[in-house]
Ligand binder design. Structure first.
Ligand code: DC
Length: 227
């Protein structure tokens, strides 16, 4: 069984989930999308009428809900209290509120605990903002993916349109910049590159070449693991 742990961090729209999923698939590892966990909690808060800026109420919610990540196919689905909430995670209302929710220390503590359980088992590719710095600093391979703001906004617009959400490109770019700012400026586990993470700028690069670059980084650690 493979024990390799791959941490992929970076700002919104840098290509993390597409690339992390492809790397996991190529190596037969589990893909854990930690952004989906923060989105699931945010969606639940909105459903229950909890204000995303009400930290004590969010802390209560984090301790009350049962969040499960169920691997399926190439990814995983997120269940909250026995309900599959995966279809709601990309809702623009969730995207707008998620940074505030992810900045609440009690929420981060709970999510980090769950993510470390996956990390302990090994054999994972995990993507997020604090994976290489806080969740699994001991990961064998760490990558920090970036791309220009304009390129990331363009990708987000295409993704939203594919999913049938109408959107204004200027607003998407503004919201992305605001989310970067909030994710980078927060006190607990901010978005920051781990000193030992490989920096990869995906601007103008195709997915295949980035996946190949990461697989090359993984190769030395797979010797003796059945590769
Ligand atoms: O990757 P994403 O867009 O689905 O992430 C949604 C939000 O969750 C993002 O704005 C920041 C937060 N997040 C986080 O704080 N830590 C993580 N490990 C993953 C996501």
């Amino acid at each position: 069984m493979k024990r390799l742990r791959v941490a992929i961090d970076g700002p919104a729209g840098a290509g993390k989930s597409t690339i992390a999923r492809r790397v996991a698939e190529a190596l037969g590892l589990l893909y854990v999308d930690t952004g989906a966990m923060y989105r699931a909690i945010t969606w639940t808060a909105l459903q229950e009428g909890v204000d995303p800026s009400d930290a004590p109420a969010l802390a209560g919610l984090a301790n009350r809900v049962h969040l499960e990540l169920r691997p399926e196919g190439e990814g995983a689905r997120v269940w909250i209290n026995g309900r599959d909430v995966t279809p709601f995670l990309r809702d623009p209302r969730v995207t707008r509120a998620v940074s505030a929710v992810a900045g609440v220390p009690a929420i981060r503590m709970r999510m980090t605990e769950l993510q470390r359980e996956w990390a302990r088992r090994g054999g994972v590719v995990m993507d997020g903002r604090d994976i290489g710095t806080a969740v699994m600093p001991e990961a064998e391979v760490k990558v920090f993916l970036t791309a220009s703001l304009a390129e990331r906004a363009k990708r987000r617009v295409e993704e939203l349109r594919r999913q049938g959400h109408a959107c204004d490109p200027d607003q998407v770019e503004r919201e992305l910049a605001e989310r970067d700012r909030a994710d980078t400026a927060r006190d607990v586990s901010p978005l920051v590159r781990a000193p030992d993470a490989r920096l990869i700028d995906t601007t103008g690069r195709d997915v295949d070449s980035v996946v190949r670059e990461i697989l090359t980084l993984c190769r030395p650690f797979l010797r003796g693991e059945g590769e």
